[in-house]
Design a protein around this ligand. Structure first.
Ligand SMILES: [Zn+2]
Length: 433
């Protein structure tokens, strides 16, 4: 029997600043969702000042790997968030936050003279009934959330596509059941058909690296790591700056945003197509190159070179700190005093950086009474002599921004600092509920 045709986009609108809708934070999963994943693909377009969203497609994917309790992300992280609204009750039934490569591109000189479009897609548990999706972005100056796009989706629409090809999914580390664990999927890029074992060896190394750093060491029982095996036509990674182009699976390349070591892909929907062969919440791409480089964007994906034997493990974990929960870089670029990312007078949303605007939401409670503020580590002092405090410099800036500890995985690829460790643990508690 033919299903009745319904319009996929019952109602679409591009909107500017609208007051945030309030939402009930308790959602009964079984009342609103099936066991599966739904994906909403769109194009994120604009320039340095404006952004627009253009609908692409809706896809039904495999089993939902996220929590069935934590459905409304309470952490105010990221430059973007989206909400799923149950149409019959108007209730917000899902919310998640993230950042994108488009957001980073908006800060480049190119974005002030041209417009571009990036393919994007978000995943959420499949609603049982018709729903609306709303996209929010932070205002560039005020950092306040503004509603930018809404669209309704009819759940019986025959245009909702099935998942693409299922690839082989291999367990690397299984700690717990999918609903109560962080589910990470590792994807290969630039590995040819005869290099499956090389990729899997990199995956085992990735897993060993992650679990060698606290607080991941203490959380092996609630983290799952799976690999999806899919070969590339050609070996390696593109390097446009030296006219090297490779026909690889995910389109990864160096020279992202014209920065040689910045290795990413702009083909995010392809990344999601391949990731869908595993139950997943968090994506990390391993590239078949020994050239140093990588990247990580909050709730988008992380990426690292599989063959850079020098510092590969540390780079993996550093980039994963970005992609899992948007930890900020704590390092300083000497002489850098102004940043569009961290405007003066606005609290960074990253858990490990502060400008003392909303310090009470960060790690103020971890600082012992009598600790000098700002805090300075005595010269030639060792870790044993350090105190949790507010050390000046971070987020690429020398002045006016503070971190909680002299060194960190997010600064110099050492152990995570106490502030990051607590923030990661809290985030895992939320994801694994
Ligand atoms: Zn840190």
């Amino acid at each position: 029997m033919l299903a009745t045709a319904t319009l996929l986009s019952c109602n679409t609108s591009q909107k500017l600043a609208t007051k945030l809708q309030t939402y009930d934070e308790k959602v009964n999963y079984e009342e609103f969702f099936t066991d599966n994943t739904m994906r909403f693909d769109f194009h994120h377009s604009g320039d340095s000042q404006q952004e627009f969203y253009y609908f692409d497609k809706v896809i039904r994917e495999g089993v939902w790997a996220g929590s069935r309790v934590s459905l409304i992300n309470p952490f105010d992280y990221g430059e973007q968030h989206f909400r799923i609204i149950d149409k019959s009750t108007g209730k917000v039934i899902y919310k998640n936050n993230y950042c994108t490569l488009f957001n980073e591109w908006q800060t480049t000189p190119e974005a002030s003279v041209t417009s571009r479009s990036f393919p994007e897609g978000v995943i959420f548990p499949e609603p049982i009934k018709d729903f609306g999706i709303e996209f929010y972005a932070r205002n560039k100056q005020t950092k306040e959330w503004e509603k930018r796009y809404t669209q309704d989706v009819c759940i019986n629409d025959y245009n909702i596509a099935p998942q693409k090809t299922q690839h082989e999914c291999i367990d690397i580390h299984i700690g717990g059941d999918i609903a109560h664990s962080l589910d990470i999927v590792l994807l290969p890029d630039g590995f040819t058909a005869d290099e499956k074992e090389k990729f899997l060896e990199s995956c085992r190394m990735w897993s060993d690296a992650l679990f060698s750093y606290a607080p991941f060491t203490q959380n092996t029982h609630r983290i799952n790591i799976r690999a999806v095996w899919a070969a590339s036509n050609e070996k390696g990674i593109s390097e446009p700056g030296i006219d090297k182009w490779v026909d690889n699976l995910l389109g990864t390349r160096f020279y992202t945003l014209n920065s040689e070591r910045y290795q990413m892909t702009e083909e995010f929907q392809t990344v999601r197509d391949i990731a869908a062969s595993a139950p997943y919440e968090s994506i990390f791409i391993l590239t078949n190159t020994d050239k140093y480089g990588g990247g990580g964007i909050y709730n988008f994906y992380g990426l690292g070179s599989a063959g850079d034997t020098g510092r590969t493990g540390e780079v993996y974990v550093h980039e994963f700190g970005h992609s899992l929960m948007g930890l900020g870089d704590e390092y300083i670029e000497i002489g850098n005093t102004v940043s569009a990312l961290y405007p003066a007078g606005k609290e960074p949303w990253e858990a490990n950086l502060t400008r003392f605007v909303e310090f009470e939401d960060k790690w103020e409670d971890m600082i012992a009474e009598g600790t000098p503020m700002p805090t300075i580590a005595p010269e030639d002092s060792t870790e044993k002599e350090w105190a949790i405090g507010a050390y000046e410099g971070g987020g690429y800036l020398e002045k006016g921004i503070y971190r909680g500890w002299p060194e960190c995985m997010m600064k110099a690829l050492t152990d995570f600092c106490p502030v990051c460790q607590r923030a990661i643990s809290k985030y895992l508690d939320y994801i694994c509920k």
